[in-house]
Design a protein around this ligand. Structure first.
Ligand SMILES: [Zn+2]
Length: 345
């Protein structure tokens, strides 16, 4: 965050595309950097703008975290497929918001050490901050104000695997909350969730919602890869999102099975490890769990013949997310249990 008390200076990022021009443009958001590899260099964030006539603006973002490939891949594909005549309004596609992280195949940017490189903990950002904060600031002050609806595509990345869902949040503005919830349902993933965030203050979500814009987030798999199944859900969901908010003509295509609604009302949904060792999960994603059930065991890897530590569900629900690697450290989230509900909101 900026320490200055005056107005923020303009973003150092410049776009090589004209956001007001009709047609299809492919270009970059250019962020000047000066380092050992490039004295007068730039971080080049790919962006595609597709504009046709009057209508709303949809901002589609992937790669907020650099190892979440479902959104990154689906948006790269969309950027070469979407034609101006398909669109009424404007669709802005940024497949890799945190491009340095994506290029490194990492959750966070290698240009900013540690958690400072986590874009989704850097909002609203700072034009005088590090590389990651400058990217966050540009989205907060330039991209979001020109948008009406925002779809931010996340998944579990290398360390988590997550059931496919679109999510919205509980908001003070009832109409804003309703519209985002309808968008999350219309995404057409197998699950829709009213999401409780562990730490919402510095999220992109919050930066968008504070501007009164409609925000839908997703989690769509994980493990640091995509599968044919997860990519199909992601691509159908993006199409559904654009159809639902009137940017593209067509019918929203829902999954064959009825959509399940989940709620994550508080922090007891998150099961975190208090031990370091070898993780055995006793449930698969989507399995039903009852409070008190053993959901995981953690084994001491330094010796044999030791009984594992058992982790039990603190609530009824379904396994919505799990740690992906089998090695676990203290503090890692092992599992997330979401509550099954009849309706959302
Ligand atoms: Zn993410």
């Amino acid at each position: 965050m900026s320490n200055s008390t005056g107005p923020l200076r303009p973003s150092p990022i410049s776009a090589t595309v004209d956001f007001e021009a009709g047609g299809v443009q492919h270009g970059f958001l250019k962020l000047p950097v000066s380092n050992d590899e490039s004295a007068w260099g730039a971080v080049m964030i790919p962006v595609t703008v597709v504009k046709n006539g009057e209508g709303p603006t949809a901002l589609l973002t992937g790669g907020n975290h650099g190892d979440e490939y479902e959104g990154i891949t689906a948006l790269h594909k969309l950027s070469s497929r979407l034609r101006a005549e398909d669109v009424q309004g404007r669709v802005i596609i940024v497949p890799m918001m945190n491009t340095p992280a994506c290029m490194a195949g990492r959750r966070t940017s290698p240009m900013d050490a540690g958690n400072a490189g986590n874009l989704n903990r850097s909002f609203p950002g700072d034009p005088d901050g590090n590389v990651t904060e400058k990217i966050a600031d540009y989205f907060t002050r330039v991209m979001v104000p020109m948008s009406d609806v925002v779809l931010d595509l996340h998944s579990g990345g290398r360390t988590l695997d997550i059931i496919p869902f679109a999510a919205s949040h509980v908001l003070d503005d009832a109409e804003q909350q309703r519209s985002a919830l309808e968008g999350a349902k219309a995404f057409g993933a197998p699950y829709a969730i009213m999401m409780f965030e562990l730490d919402a203050a510095a999220l992109f979500d919050t930066a968008v919602e504070r501007q009164g814009k409609i925000f839908v987030a997703t989690e769509l798999g994980g493990g640091g890869t995509s599968t044919p199944q997860s990519l199909a859900i992601t691509e159908r969901g993006i199409d559904n999102f654009l159809i639902h908010y009137g940017l593209v003509e067509g019918e929203v295509e829902m999954p064959a099975e009825p959509q399940a609604y989940l709620d994550m009302p508080d922090a007891s949904c998150y099961v975190q490890s208090e031990h370091t060792g070898l993780l055995e999960l006793t449930l698969a994603l989507g399995d039903t769990v009852t409070q008190g059930d053993v959901i995981a065991r953690v084994y001491d890897m330094t010796r044999s013949g030791v009984a594992p530590i058992e982790y039990r569900a603190q609530r009824d629900g379904v396994l919505a997310a799990r740690r992906f690697p089998s090695s676990v450290n203290m503090g890692d989230t092992i599992a997330v249990i979401a509550e099954v509900v009849e309706s959302l909101g």
